[in-house]
Write a protein that binds this ligand. Structure first.
Ligand code: SF4
Length: 218
């Protein structure tokens, strides 16, 4: 439970992130540069996790453990377009394979919710994230302090509150900056939204022009 002072400090920190990010976004002209700006958020969240580890916080997460990649993931518009652009650079056979997984996933995910979604992310390959360098902020902040809890179905996963709060501050401030500079940024179910972005090349320019192009999160 946060005190009023802590809540106020978080709001002030988020507003500071928004001001700085909006300054940069106002100078970004092309859709590509507006999308690439999300990399600053990703580096910021990575830094939050690294700093917690350097301060002595041990995490239970290891490479190849993809337990949390079966939860429903919500990603923002720039993250979705960045992942779609990355997938388009894949050799044809690899691209077709991931497209098939995205289609299967989308049909399933459309009938699931955050509470009921337990299905591997279509971007997982051999228990590794195939878009690791451009994975969404929510994936970067996800962590566990207890592997045993991860292995118990339905158990609450203990997490570091500072990591969560600092990451959320960066995410909220960045989203507000995108909104302030005229682009909708909300959370959309990752697999379905990436499939839409791959299937309709006009979505990027329409979003850049201020249109809402993905269905509301669900
Ligand atoms: S995008 Fe990558 S890290 Fe995120 S859920 Fe999918 S496979 Fe896991």
């Amino acid at each position: 439970m946060l005190s009023d002072t802590e809540r106020r400090e978080i709001q002030q920190a988020s507003a500071a992130v928004q001001r700085l990010a909006a300054l940069h976004l106002q100078r970004a002209r092309s859709p590509q540069s507006v999308i690439a700006f999300i990399g600053n958020l990703h580096r910021g969240v990575d830094q939050v996790v690294q700093q917690a580890q350097q301060a002595g916080q041990a995490l239970a997460c290891e490479s190849g453990c993809s337990g949390c990649c079966s939860a429903r993931v919500y990603a923002s518009e720039p993250e979705i377009f960045q992942i779609a652009a990355t997938l388009k650079t894949r050799p044809s056979a690899q691209f077709q394979a991931v497209l098939g997984r995205l289609q299967t996933h989308a049909a399933l995910a459309a009938h699931l919710s955050t509470a009921t979604h337990r299905s591997p992310c279509p971007l997982l390959e051999n228990h590794l994230c195939s878009v690791y360098a451009v994975r969404p902020a929510v994936c970067r902040k996800a962590h566990s302090l207890d592997l045993a809890a991860c292995l118990r179905p339905g158990a609450a996963i203990p997490q570091n509150l500072n990591i969560l709060l600092q990451a959320e501050t960066l995410i909220a401030g960045t989203a507000a900056a995108y909104q302030q500079t005229g682009r909708a940024v909300r959370g959309h179910e990752l697999g379905q939204a990436v499939l839409l972005a791959l299937n309709d090349a006009s979505l990027l320019s329409r979003w850049h022009a201020g249109e809402t192009v993905f269905p509301t999160a669900g």
